[in-house]
Ligand binder design. Structure first.
Ligand code: DX5
Ligand code: ZN
Length: 222
């Protein structure tokens, strides 16, 4: 079905000193999600922001999905903070847990806070690694770059993973959204949507460009 793609601009590439304007303009352009990249400098080399920035966005924007992507160690401990801050959806990384039970605990904790739960895998992680969690997930996030910074090149192996999760969902009747994150532009977005993606995260393709409205529209029409 054409035109059911969700666009999730990543504020990693936005002017965070001008946050209200940067979120408002993407919402006006048609983005239904705002993608909040939380990095702690341990799980990934960079550090970005904590729950306080999520709280700033959610205090001002109730009608855009706060899509919080936790690239942090020990996310279980911080889920309550990011839930209280106003996230609508919290995505954690499989690779930030030592044991399968902790992943289930994190998903349950996100759900207990009344939020949607997402699970993400890095480029080197096989899609089968999260099979056990799929029945409980609201979103699967396929990283098409190594997490940690914006502006990297799209990694082709994400296409097969997207197709894998689409097939799994259709065959098993699961209900998660498939989100892709990293190196998304008009060309790579098209291929990910053809493979089965529902949500497109884009940072450097959208922020910092005069024609961002056309760019958002172009992605929405895929
Ligand atoms: C990378 C982040 C991505 C990143 C996307 O660790 O998770 O969301 O901001 O940036 P672009 O779209 O510039 O690759
Ligand atoms: Zn992200």
């Amino acid at each position: 079905m054409m035109g059911k793609v969700i666009v999730a601009p990543s504020i990693l590439s936005a002017d965070r000193n001008n946050l209200s304007f940067e979120v408002a303009k993407m919402k006006k352009a048609g983005a239904a999600f705002i993608h909040l990249d939380v990095m702690d400098g341990k799980f990934v080399p960079n550090t970005t922001f904590g729950p306080e920035l999520v709280a700033r966005v959610s205090s001002e924007f109730s009608d855009i999905v706060k899509d919080t992507h936790l690239m942090i160690v020990d996310p279980l401990k911080q889920i309550p903070e990011f839930a209280k801050a106003g996230s609508d959806l919290i995505t954690v990384h499989l690779e930030s847990f030592d044991r399968e039970e902790e992943v289930f605990e994190a998903i349950d904790s996100i759900h207990r806070h009344g939020l949607k739960a997402g699970l993400s895998i890095k480029p080197a992680t096989a899609p089968e690694a999260i099979d056990a969690f799929l029945p409980k997930l609201d979103l699967v996030l396929v990283m098409s770059v190594e997490p940690g910074k914006g502006g990297q090149a799209f990694m082709e192996n994400s296409l097969d993973k997207i197709a894998y999760f689409k097939k799994k969902r259709d065959f098993c009747g699961y209900s998660y959204l498939i989100e892709v994150d990293g190196g998304i532009n008009a060309e790579t977005a098209k291929r990910t949507v053809e493979a089965g993606v529902d949500v497109l995260v884009a940072g450097s393709y959208l922020y910092g460009h005069e024609d961002y409205e056309e760019r958002v529209r172009g992605l929405l029409e895929l």
